[in-house]
Design a binder for this molecule. Structure first.
Ligand SMILES: [Ca+2]
Ligand SMILES: [Ca+2]
Ligand SMILES: [Ca+2]
Length: 159
């Protein structure tokens, strides 16, 4: 009796652990060199593995050199007040893309940062919510040495 109970607990647990899903997040910018003009940032979340990823949430942060203007597609569950993007499920080998338009307000710190902060599955090479600069080198813009679930893109600085 005890054994059966233990198995019924263990089997779903083990199956859950086998569901690998490699989430990757990248941020890219179409920059502007004119102060006050809009720059376009694309945040892409890809699921590179064989299982769908559920409960996926991304935290988007604009540094003080950028002022939020709008986002598309507006059917996405993105809250510009908090920067929280609730994606939900990312199917295997699929991507979710959020585009943010932000005005370029100061030459310095025109940086947009994004990081996966929640996911229900096991990712073999990254952990949600542990910061973007995971290698601690002070660099977050396209740093291949950081985990693949966080990234940042910078507009400028231009001369
Ligand atoms: Ca990953
Ligand atoms: Ca991470
Ligand atoms: Ca880094």
């Amino acid at each position: 009796m005890k054994k059966i109970k233990l198995l019924s607990l263990l089997v779903p647990l083990l199956c859950g652990m086998l569901q690998a899903q490699d989430l990757e997040l990248g941020v890219h910018v179409l920059p502007t060199s004119v102060l006050g003009d809009p720059a376009m940032f694309n945040i892409t979340v890809r699921n590179m593995d064989e299982e769908p990823a559920n409960g996926v949430e991304v935290q988007v942060t604009l540094d003080k050199g950028l002022k939020f203007s709008s986002f598309t597609p507006n059917k996405l569950d993105f809250n510009p007040e908090t920067g929280l993007w609730k994606i939900g499920t990312v199917e295997r080998h699929r991507a979710a893309v959020l585009t943010i338009i932000a005005n370029y307000v100061t030459k310095d710190d025109a940086i947009l940062m994004a990081e996966i902060i929640a996911s229900n599955g096991i990712d073999p090479d990254s952990t949600p919510g542990n910061g973007i600069d995971t290698n601690g080198n002070g660099k977050i813009v396209s740093d291949k040495g950081d985990e693949d679930d966080g990234d940042a893109a910078q507009n400028g600085p231009f001369n």
